[in-house]
Design a protein around this ligand. Structure first.
Ligand code: DMJ
Length: 605
């Protein structure tokens, strides 16, 4: 027994009887043999215990079982191979038991996981800095399965059904093209880049439409080519394509989407080569040339100030600062410009001089809308540190209150009109209905409670823009009555304005309002809108169509076009509106771009 006797334990050992020593030796031997036999079938904690016993007898612990690894180019897993299924439609757990090789890979690189919308973004993201060094990971990668999925509601099921119907039309008649023409069973091209498909990717992910997503992914992998001699609009391709790809990358963790995002991001950069650094509206993504529209050297203010969330995120993900630098410069420049009216901006800016043009006209609608939205959202994206953005936002909302707010008759609806050279016009674009949602988001992020009050008043108005119309669908533009007249409602519609393009803004704001207040009336209003879309815009053979006349229920005059934002935004916001799960794109962790593509907040709340 002396071979285990050494140092201070030795005297105690010698005090033991022969029988006692034999029992102890037997026990040690027994445990050692058990350890050898069962090592390979044990889990990790048990392995470390048995390794501890081995270490009592031997200097070298046994090697883990040998793993044969194939050539590295054969080790890429197909996207769903070891996917965890945990959507709200499929609560089954792990699909395949990972083998040892998989475990090793997981420590080297992140796993693509199908998480429906129960997603946690990367908590270790960094605030903006002028020098960006380390590329960031996708937001879905870090946290896994933190809570049970919330079951989907009947209304969400109806949204999925609507999406599937729209997708069927797109798939059957417009696959890989920009927009579906559901009546003529054909398609239209704008940029020739599969706009609807890209815009819809993250919606499919959020709705849990795995098969559709996978099929679309294949198209992106095999057929989406940006090396094309084609002019694209910088703003539209940024918010829909770059935004859609970045968001899909974050949700899926699939690097294909980041690669594509980098490609299009680089191809859009020539737009910033202007004398003022205010970008041109159009870029030829194949030739690398950019230009303003043929008739002017102006760009639209909303367009040059609503590409920032996407380019800033691209810099963060790639570690290449040039994207962020280009768009930050635009914001800094616009911050200093004269020609604003209490924070309200004109609609045009010149790419040579860098000055606002067409001064004196102020609107929260077309050509200015998302300037205001992106002031707040960039501030949120960057962790609420960039004070100039907040200042400009707060000043602008004061400007709205001072110059653009009025109340209609007879219902006294608060609305946002327009100002042209000192004259107030009671005209409001449907586009302005993004504002209640944005105001509510600001209030949720600690801005004054007044903003929430205004949001509540404005969303009621936006709802009335639907409810007071014969089809229950809003026209593109309304004029509010400032004076009560017998037999007149608050909302008047001019013949040229009575079309509906399946736009998202009201549903978007309803979503924010419901998230922040929990008031079910917002869900009910959204439900009415969905039913009216189904009643007047659904095409039996697949797809939904814009209509020309919201005032004629017996013939709403279908326009034969389904805009990509119907799938990218309208149906996505509907689905989120009907959910009670605040983690279904948690608004303290994600900020939506103006095309409803969620991007991570760099320093989540
Ligand atoms: C979308 O492309 C975006 O929401 C944009 O900000 C405004 N227009 C459409 C939707 O109406």
């Amino acid at each position: 027994g002396d071979f285990i006797c050494g140092g201070s334990t030795c005297s105690k050992w010698k005090q033991l009887s022969r029988l006692q020593r034999s029992i102890i030796l037997f026990l040690f031997a027994f445990l050692a043999v058990c350890g050898v036999i069962s090592y390979t079938s044990m889990g990790e904690p048990w392995k470390s215990t048995s390794l501890f016993f081995f270490s009592l007898f031997s200097q070298k612990p046994p090697k883990p079982p040998h793993v044969r690894r194939g050539p590295s180019n054969l080790q890429n897993k197909p996207p769903w191979r070891d996917v965890r299924l945990k959507t709200r439609h499929d609560t089954s757990k792990v699909v395949e038991e990972p083998v040892q090789a998989d475990k090793e890979e997981k420590t080297e690189k992140s796993v693509i996981s199908w998480r429906g919308a129960v997603i946690e973004p990367d908590q270790s993201t960094e605030p903006p800095s002028s020098k960006i060094k380390e590329p960031e990971k996708p937001s879905s990668v870090e946290a896994e399965d933190q809570k049970e999925p919330v079951p989907i509601t009947e209304r969400q099921v109806a949204v999925i059904e609507a999406f599937r119907h729209a997708w069927k039309g797109y798939k059957d008649f417009a696959w890989g093209h920009d927009e579906l023409k559901p009546l003529s069973k054909s398609y239209s091209e704008w940029f020739g880049l599969g706009l609807t498909l890209i815009d819809a990717l993250d919606t499919m992910w959020i709705l849990g439409l795995k098969e559709e997503f996978e099929e679309a992914r294949k198209w992106v992998a095999n057929d989406l080519v940006f090396d094309k001699n084609v002019d694209v609009n910088l703003f539209e391709s940024t918010i829909r394509i770059l935004g859609g790809l970045l968001s899909t990358y974050h949700l899926s963790g699939d690097s294909l989407f980041l690669e594509k995002a980098k490609d299009i991001g680089n191809r859009l950069m020539p737009a910033f080569k202007t004398p003022s650094k205010i970008p041109y509206s159009d870029v030829n993504i194949g030739r690398g040339t950019a230009h303003p529209p043929r008739w002017t050297s102006d760009s639209t203010v909303a367009e040059v100030t609503s590409i920032q969330l996407e380019f800033r995120e691209l810099s963060r993900l790639t570690g290449d600062e040039k994207f962020q630098k280009a768009v930050d410069e635009v914001m800094k420049h616009v911050h200093t410009l004269s020609g604003k009216n209490d924070g309200l901006v004109p609609m045009f800016i010149n790419t040579n001089s860098g000055q606002f043009t067409h001064l004196g006209v102020y609107t929260l609608g077309a050509r200015a809308d998302s300037y205001y939205e992106y002031l707040l959202k960039q501030w949120i994206q960057g962790g609420k540190k960039e004070n100039e953005l907040l200042e400009d936002y707060m000043r602008a909302i004061e400007g709205v209150k001072k110059h653009l707010l009025q109340r209609s008759q007879p219902k006294k609806l608060t609305f946002v009109g327009e100002l042209a050279h000192g004259h107030f016009s009671a005209k409001m674009d449907h586009l302005v209905c993004f504002l209640p949602g944005t105001l509510a988001l600001g209030a949720h992020n600690g801005l004054t409670a007044d903003h929430m009050k205004l949001a509540e008043a404005l969303i009621e108005t936006c709802y009335q823009m639907y409810a007071q119309v014969e089809t229950g669908l809003s026209p593109e533009i309304v004029h509010f009555n400032l004076h009560a007249q017998k037999g007149h409602k608050d909302v008047e519609i001019k013949p040229a304005d009575r079309h509906n393009l399946l736009r998202p803004e009201t549903v978007e704001s309803l979503f924010y309002m419901y998230r922040f207040t929990g008031d079910k009336k917002y869900q009910d209003w959204g439900w009415e809108i969905l039913q009216n879309f189904n009643k007047y815009t659904r095409v039996p053979t697949g797809g939904y169509t814009s209509i020309n006349n919201v005032q004629n229920p017996s013939n709403p005059e279908p326009r034969d076009k389904m805009e990509s934002f119907f799938l990218g935004e309208t149906l996505k916001y509907m689905f989120l509106l009907f959910s009670d799960d605040i983690d279904l794109i948690n608004l303290d962790k994600y900020v939506f771009n103006t095309e409803a593509h969620p991007l991570p907040i760099w320093v989540p709340a």
